[in-house]
Write a protein that binds this ligand. Structure first.
Ligand SMILES: [Zn+2]
Length: 302
């Protein structure tokens, strides 16, 4: 039986190669509840979700990592995001709460699975926001290759970051993935990276989706000495809130917000990620712009 909504880190001993393994079930179903995705769009969204979780596990941070795809094809926009909140005092150091959310827009009934067929001319953006005033990072790459894992490979080959490869699979019931990364520093076994990548290239989507972490790693690396770390739970969570919607309405400006209220009697916002509804009547909107009702929150420039 597969492990549910889990992330595992692993190391290949006596090499500079480390990895991450992910399997998502309930988290994935929570995303699928929000829209009737055609199969190829669902696959791409699932692969992006697995990739986002894996990438978020390679950096020690608390904040958000967002993968966004924009293009002129049948899927003009896709976004997946991992949020990591790190230990409050009293909790074990390094045990963050990792949550995911995501969605895709599409039109027509796409049938082909390739990136080009789904996204047309497009690009992929990776954003890391460490929160609390930390420095944001953004990387962009053109969408090339058959699958998302090819675009990610391209991204890492072109960037100054650590050599990194991902293998991704998405089904109706779950999504799964494997990530390998070569750590910097002295390399005790110079062939390890190529050897472990070549072995991972033999993995099938069925194996990724069906085998638990220890069995998958045994299947790939039974001749290596693999150290598998404890399971980390992952779940669906949406970071939307009434406060954020208030900020957005404030960002519209008094005039624009007022004209929406005049037209529609209030402002209604539905979160596309989780379906939460935020309603503001004329008095609520007035309060947002009245200095007395809602003191202006100082805005920090980045
Ligand atoms: Zn939401």
């Amino acid at each position: 039986m597969t492990e549910r909504d889990s992330l595992h880190r692993f190391l290949i001993e006596r090499t500079n190669v480390r990895g991450e393994w992910i399997h998502l079930d309930a988290t994935w179903k929570a995303l699928l509840e929000r829209a009737e995705y055609p199969a190829p769009v669902r696959e791409l969204l699932g692969e992006a979700l697995a990739a986002t979780a894996l990438l978020s596990a390679t950096i020690k941070f608390s904040g958000s990592l967002t993968l966004q795809i924009s293009g002129d094809g049948a899927v003009p926009m896709l976004v997946t995001q991992a949020q990591v909140g790190f230990a409050r005092s009293g909790e074990a150091e390094g045990h963050g709460r990792r949550t995911l959310r995501g969605l895709a827009h599409w039109h027509g009934t796409p049938e082909e699975r390739t990136l080009r067929a789904l996204c047309g001319n497009g690009h992929m953006t990776l954003n890391i926001d460490p929160g609390q005033g930390g420095e944001r990072y953004q990387g962009i790459v053109a969408l090339e290759g058959e699958r998302l894992s090819d675009a990610l490979r391209d991204y890492f080959d072109r960037s100054e970051q650590l050599p990194t490869r991902l293998w991704l699979a998405a089904g109706e019931q779950g999504v799964a993935g494997l990530l390998l990364q070569a750590l910097p520093g002295e390399v005790p076994d110079p062939d390890a990276w190529e050897r472990t990548v070549a072995l991972a290239d033999t993995v099938t989507p069925e194996e990724l989706l069906e085998l638990p972490a220890d069995q998958l790693l045994h299947r790939l690396y039974h001749e290596e000495d693999v150290r598998l770390f404890e399971r980390e739970p992952v779940g669906f969570h949406c970071s939307c809130s009434r406060e954020r919607v208030v900020d957005m309405i404030r960002g519209l400006g008094r005039e624009e917000a007022g004209s929406i209220v005049a037209e529609q009697g209030g402002i209604d916002v539905d979160c596309e990620f989780c379906g939460a509804h935020y309603g503001f009547d004329a008095v609520d909107v007035e309060a947002i712009f009245s200095a007395e009702g809602q003191p202006e929150v100082p805005r920090t420039e980045h």
